[in-house]
Design a protein around this ligand. Structure first.
Ligand SMILES: [Zn+2]
Length: 142
């Protein structure tokens, strides 16, 4: 059935890890800029960038900022797990193959473009419905 060769597993993994380090680099850059601009974001010295909860947050902006990054990092971890399982190139939603070009641009994409679009559309619709009272932000994530 779904065969992923060891060699392509390796190259997938490499690509994902490269993306991960890019994201961490960007995160640390944005954090530094945030600190010099007026400390909305304070990374405690020596804190592990992977542990975003170690950041103290004062504004909604930084909450969404951290959420964006922690989402990406979580997707990256999941993508690495999927490489091991051999299901990396398979859309989690519909089970179809994810487009190769899409995975090159977004190596941690869990869904094919069609499913991604459909879910974004559904989210937009759902958030429109929930916006009546500004809606509390659900932090648990899981
Ligand atoms: Zn799909």
């Amino acid at each position: 059935m779904l065969r992923t060769s060891v060699r392509s597993k390796d190259s997938y993994r490499k690509r994902i890890l490269k993306k991960r380090s890019e994201i961490l680099k960007r995160l640390s850059k944005e954090l530094n800029e945030g600190i010099t601009k007026g400390p909305e974001l304070k990374a405690s010295p020596g804190s592990d960038l992977g542990d975003l909860s170690a950041l103290s947050l004062d504004s909604h902006l930084s909450v969404s900022f951290v959420r964006r990054y922690s989402n990406m990092l979580r997707q990256i971890d999941q993508a690495l797990a999927r490489v091991d399982e051999g299901s990396y190139t398979i859309c989690e939603e519909c089970g179809e193959k994810i487009d190769k070009n899409r995975l090159e641009i977004l190596p941690f994409a869990p869904y094919c473009i069609q499913c991604q679009r459909r879910m974004e559309e559904e989210n937009r619709r759902a958030s429109r419905l929930n916006q009546s009272d500004g809606g509390p932000i659900n932090d648990s994530g899981e």
